[in-house]
Design a protein around this ligand. Structure first.
Ligand code: NAD
Ligand code: DAU
Length: 354
């Protein structure tokens, strides 16, 4: 069985993508998973149903900005791999409060690299050869595309938001730890994920839960900004393939070849809600309102995923239409999951206007 006898640290495993990775590892592989998470506002252990009872799962409530505590975890569990997904991830929040992004995304990654290096150096030759540090990053490090072209692994970095600048910094640290200290690192840069268990501040779940409540649907600017959508479970499979077969020192772009304008995304959500959860007197498209643009709003992202498709034989299984229908249905069928977030105080209000 894949990863049998392997211990994998997943940082940020209570978040959106980290929880999808853990669900996949526990369901489809023999890996022993240690979820290291600070449990910020974005975390939700309810995104890991059944995990706590699984003998292959352990949870450590831990911030990656605390090196001594991280060191103890490396000593305790002796991991074979680290998948680093712990991060502050929301662009609008980074506009209002960049400090946490600098701390977790840059300093936290630095701490993890240092402690992983110390651990790696203590391993036998055979285990050192197997060890991997997989850093999960974003296509936002490449900046904004014009009308034409795709981000490749060779595209120069040009981050535009405090969030993407912090992620770019962390990617550079990971590269440096490989070049300087020979830590076996790999970086992935992926496009916008969507799917079940997505915190409702992000475009797709935000529009679904506001649409269900008959509230206005705020589209930034002219709605013509383009994102390239990747179903989160396709991403989780891609990450485990990279961990298993990716080449040390390489970077891999991951994307679903699903470029859509934001307006198209929101209109599609309205149409799906009208079909799955009827009850409004007319189409929810009437709820769409155009609001002040996000400062520094990148116009277009689009990933060329041919390297991971060709070299690791990965393919996205969902296209945007099938993935979005599954997602809207999931939010309609799992209201308790996101209503608990509202009860805890999440306000659904606009932030990040600078
Ligand atoms: P998320 O915000 O849903 O989850 C982040 C998780 O990290 C949370 O569980 C949080 O508690 C944890 N965390 C935050 N600070 C921490 C700290 N200091 N120590 C330990 N844990 C901490 O994020 P996500 O959408 O799942 O993103 C995961 C990773 O993927 C991030 O690195 C993000 O930059 C990257 N990424 C996300 C997307 C996307 O569309 N969501 C796309 C590209 C890349
Ligand atoms: O590209 C990968 C990135 O995708 C990840 O690195 C980030 O962690 C992730 O949050 C996401 O960033 P975006 O800024 O693209 O995602 P967000 O969901 O915040 O916004 C998607 C698009 O929708 C963006 O163009 C802004 C717009 N938007 C967003 C919200 C929340 C709206 O028009 N209205 C909204 O209410």
């Amino acid at each position: 069985m894949r990863f049998a006898g392997f211990t994998v640290f997943v940082t940020g495993g209570a978040g959106f993508i980290g929880s999808a990775v853990i669900r996949h590892l526990l369901r489809d592989t023999g890996a022993r998973v240690v979820n290291i998470d600070k449990l910020t506002y974005a975390a939700n252990l309810a995104s890991l149903p059944g995990a706590a009872a699984n003998p292959n799962y352990a949870f450590e409530h831990q911030c990656i900005c605390e090196p001594e505590a991280l060191r103890k975890l490396f000593e305790k569990y002796q991991p074979d791999a680290v998948m680093n997904l712990a991060a502050e991830s929301h662009v609008d929040r980074s506009i209002d409060g960049p400090a946490e992004f600098i701390k977790t995304n840059i300093v936290g990654t630095f701490n993890l690299l240092q402690e992983a290096l110390r651990h790696w150096r203590s391993l036998t030759r055979e285990r050192r050869a197997q060890f991997r540090f997989l850093h999960i990053s974003t296509d936002e490090v490449f900046g904004s595309l014009g009308e034409e072209g795709l981000f490749t692994e060779q595209t120069a970095y040009a981050p535009n938001s405090p969030y993407s600048a912090s992620k770019a910094s962390s990617d550079h640290l990971v590269r440096a730890w490989r070049e300087t200290y020979e830590l076996p690192t790999i970086v992935t840069n992926c496009s916008n994920n969507y799917g079940p268990y997505h915190f409702p501040e992000k475009l797709i779940p935000h529009m679904i839960i506001r649409g269900l409540a008959g509230e206005s649907l705020p589209v930034y600017g002219d709605g013509q900004n383009i994102r390239d959508w990747l179903f989160v479970e396709d991403h989780a499979r891609a990450l485990t393939l990279v961990l298993e077969r990716g080449v040390v020192g390489e970077t891999y772009n991951v994307g679903g070849r699903n470029q859509r304008t934001n307006l198209h995304v929101v209109q599609s959500i309205c149409d799906l809600l009208d079909e799955i959860a009827p009850g409004q007197e007319s189409s929810r498209r009437r709820l769409i309102s155009f609001v002040t643009d996000r400062p520094g709003h990148d116009r277009r992202y689009a990933i060329d995923a041919s390297k991971i498709e060709r070299e690791l034989d990965w393919q996205a299984e969902e296209n945007f239409e099938t993935g979005l229908a599954k997602t809207v249905r999931w939010y309609c069928d799992n209201r308790h999951w996101w209503q608990a977030i509202l009860h805890r105080g999440y306000q659904k209000t606009r932030i990040g206007t600078g």
